[in-house]
Design a protein around this ligand. Sequence first.
Ligand SMILES: C[S@@+](CC[C@H](N)C(=O)[O-])C[C@H]1O[C@@H](n2cnc3c(N)ncnc32)[C@H](O)[C@@H]1O
Length: 248
Amino acid sequence: MVSIIGAGPGDPELITTKGLKLLQEADVVVYDRLIQTSLVNQSKRSAERIYVGKRAGSHSHDQHAIDRIIIDHAKRGKNIVRLKGGDPFLFGRGAEEAQKLKRARIPFTIVPGVTSAIAAPAYAGIPVTHRKYSSSVAIVTGHQDSTKKNQVDWKKIATAVDSIIILMGMGRLGKIVRELIAGGCKRNTKVAIIEWGTTNHQLTVTGTLSNIVKKVNSHKLKPPAIIVVGEVVGLHRTLNWFKSSSVE
Ligand SMILES: C[S@@+](CC[C@H](N)C(=O)[O-])C[C@H]1O[C@@H](n2cnc3c(N)ncnc32)[C@H](O)[C@@H]1O
């Protein structure tokens, strides 16, 4: 049996009780880069812990090796936990791993997780919806394989929803900002970047579409980070509750 579990966004207490129980019972834990060590350490002492973290930009070539590790251990009758950051079905390749298991006739379960797309803004006091400011939200990847057919149409997204949440967007922030403006977003649209959300290193930088790239460069912000675009960012000032750094 393989359990594909969402570990949550960073704060180790944000795993679900179901996920934690399965983790504590696992014989083998296969885990990703952004998973906190204290969470992995919740597994049994005898459990085999296998790190399969990938660096940005080197995604695809070792996915095959990860699939092999999971399938080989499962075929030996082990109880496997595949621990993935945030929610396994949101930009996490959880579905692709489940498809491989299905093909190999290995039973699996999926345990959803708290996604960084919503939790990182929440820890910065930014709700992704609000009756007054936002009744629609889109979660978009900023990092796409340029050979893919279904490229993100930033110009369409610009005016289609009230809140835009971008994951993996730091490397292409300048291009995304330009396209959102070209698509109809005002230059003074509010933007927040939340680096290492829900962790002790959380840093929130707020600005507008016209100055956010400059601010990101001057504060040397790096992934992992969530980009929030929209009126809801304005609530950061009043609702920021989590003890962390914030720069305007
Ligand atoms: C491959 S995606 C995985 C997303 C994950 N499945 C989820 O639901 O959160 C990785 C991206 O998620 C975002 N991310 C994950 N953890 C984060 C955190 N603690 N703070 C800010 N962004 C985070 C970053 O944009 C990062 O580049």
